[in-house]
Design a protein around this ligand. Structure first.
Ligand SMILES: [Zn+2]
Length: 266
């Protein structure tokens, strides 16, 4: 099992290389699943965007170069974590999510063919069963990542969200794929997964009005990853993810650096 040496390695601060035979990551490559944050980063139509405000950039009186900025960002935009408290009273806040929910094996369900002509696609239990017939039962304690193909549209707001309108008018015009309540119920009650993620702005599909997937999963302290990138580079199974948000006390989510460890053989 890779996770024990992985966690031990994370406890010490080192620049680990997969080409180093002594590395616990030997045999794996790293894939960055986060989009960079900048002025093009996509946020919900009712949210403001990301802003990096310079406090000082230039040469100090002492003669050395110095840069420092203040970050301005809503929690829920760009590649980010949804902490369970986002939709469930009493659920974990960002700082309370245990590392065992954030550093896990991952499976990827590729639904690109199904979303190609259906922006309102919702993952079905039948699609999960089809995946399992090919790859085996989804293991307990893992993250299920949905590859809808929408990361290819990033950061084109109109194609990615179905609209470039803002405010409540923009929310009404959202079209992108997500999980269904049926699939979420199966994944939690039958497979005991601990996290879900995907390459769209929300785990509920764009036209959802009641956010049933958020409400159901977060009530059970499952965590969510939204606006994830580069899922095409992950195999259906066999990889691990490390998803670490800023540890904001009482937060309901936050900007996320999420990376995958992918077996070289895959
Ligand atoms: Zn969110």
């Amino acid at each position: 099992m890779l996770l024990r040496p992985l966690i031990a390695a994370l406890a010490v601060s080192c620049a680990c290389s997969v080409s180093n035979a002594d590395s616990p990551f030997e045999g794996y490559r790293f894939i960055d699943l986060s989009h960079a944050f900048n002025e093009h980063t996509i946020y919900w139509p009712t949210e403001t965007g990301f802003r990096l405000e310079p406090d000082f950039v230039g040469e100090t009186e002492g003669g050395w170069h110095y840069e420092s900025f203040t970050l301005h960002t809503p929690e829920h935009g760009g590649t980010h974590l949804d902490a369970p408290i986002h939709f469930a009273k009493g659920g974990w806040s960002t700082d309370e999510v245990p590392l065992s929910s954030l550093i896990t094996p991952a499976v990827v369900i590729d639904v690109r063919e199904l979303t190609a002509d259906n922006a309102d696609y919702q993952l079905t239990t039948a699609a999960i069963e089809q995946w399992e017939a090919q790859h085996g039962t989804i293991p307990e304690g893992c993250a299920v990542l949905l590859n809808t193909g929408y990361a290819a549209y990033w950061p084109d707001r109109e194609r990615y969200m179905g609209t470039s309108k803002r405010g409540t008018e923009g929310v009404a015009a959202l079209h992108f794929p997500g999980f269904s309540l049926e699939a979420a119920t199966f994944l939690l009650s039958e497979r005991r997964i601990v996290a879900v993620g995907l390459d769209t702005p929300s785990i509920d599909f764009g036209q959802s009005k009641d956010f049933l997937v958020h409400r159901y999963l977060y009530q059970h302290n499952v965590v969510g990853y939204e606006n994830v990138g580069n899922l095409n580079d992950l195999p259906a199974k066999g990889s691990y993810i490390i998803a670490l948000p800023m540890k904001v006390e009482g937060g309901s989510g936050g900007p996320l650096r999420i990376v995958a460890l992918v077996p070289l053989a895959s």
